[in-house]
Ligand binder design. Sequence first.
Ligand code: HSE
Length: 316
Amino acid sequence: MSPKRQVILRSPATSANLGPGYDVFGLALEFPVDKVTLTLEENGEIGIKVSGVKSESISRIPERNTAGVVAKYMIREFSLKAGLSIQIEKGVWPSKGLGSSAASAAAVAYGLNEMFSLNLDNRQLVRCAAKGEVASAGIEHADNVSAAICGNFVILKSYDPLEIVNLKAPLDMEVSVSFPHMVTPPHKTAQARSVVPRMIPIEKMVRNVGNAAAMVSGFASGNVDLIGQSMLDAVVEPARASLIPGYQKVKENALKAGACGVTISGAGPAMLAVVNKKKADSAKVADAMKLGFKSAGFEATAFSTKPGKGVCLMEN
Ligand code: HSE
């Protein structure tokens, strides 16, 4: 079968960790999204164009761009006779902890699968897309790309072999997100990973396992309050909190405005709150979080959204 000449994809922002699930939990968001257009090229080369939010900060060199890394890997791995133009319209702010690199990587994995009818399942797509995370984080952590591929809530049960559990989020669940307008270092995620403790006391492990288990039960039973109340991390978050200006105030403000729980989104600096829409207004929670950053001297962006689906083809 001859390959499709062009596909256009919509790939979501994601939030990793959700508190106790470092490198294990991921959540796809309905907003924002990247729009990615893949077009076959005769010349056999990979070309990358990037536009949209903060696109000037993103490398166009295939080896340094997550989408380019995934394309090169899949072309080699599946012996695709292809050159590819990758056009990325960023909706997901880069370097904020919202899975920007994963959104583009997932789009390329999903898109090449469609173009060449490779019949890869979600697990294989995640394996391909995770190759791109090396370009930004230095390792193949797969929490963001799993959520970007599968949608909703994912649990990385195991990395080797790769095993993913995918659960729907409750309909009453909304999320509020805010991030400060601060300059982050070029290898922000690698830096945020370097402060994570390598050894932890058994008491902290017990607390994290308890909260992680309760959170999964919250997703399985549709209990938004339990999901939010379980968003507590005794291990990674305390080590990263000092990297985020206004961290404590953002948390306090979100809880006061009615959020059920607040945590750092991925490696930050964005913070994410879970809101039960029957009990509180997620737009107000987002505004309260923004004021928290402001009290630390930083302007911030804030929005509310809800859990969303994974990467998909867009109508032309
Ligand atoms: N789990 C990863 C981390 C997500 O926290 O470092 C990075 O976006």
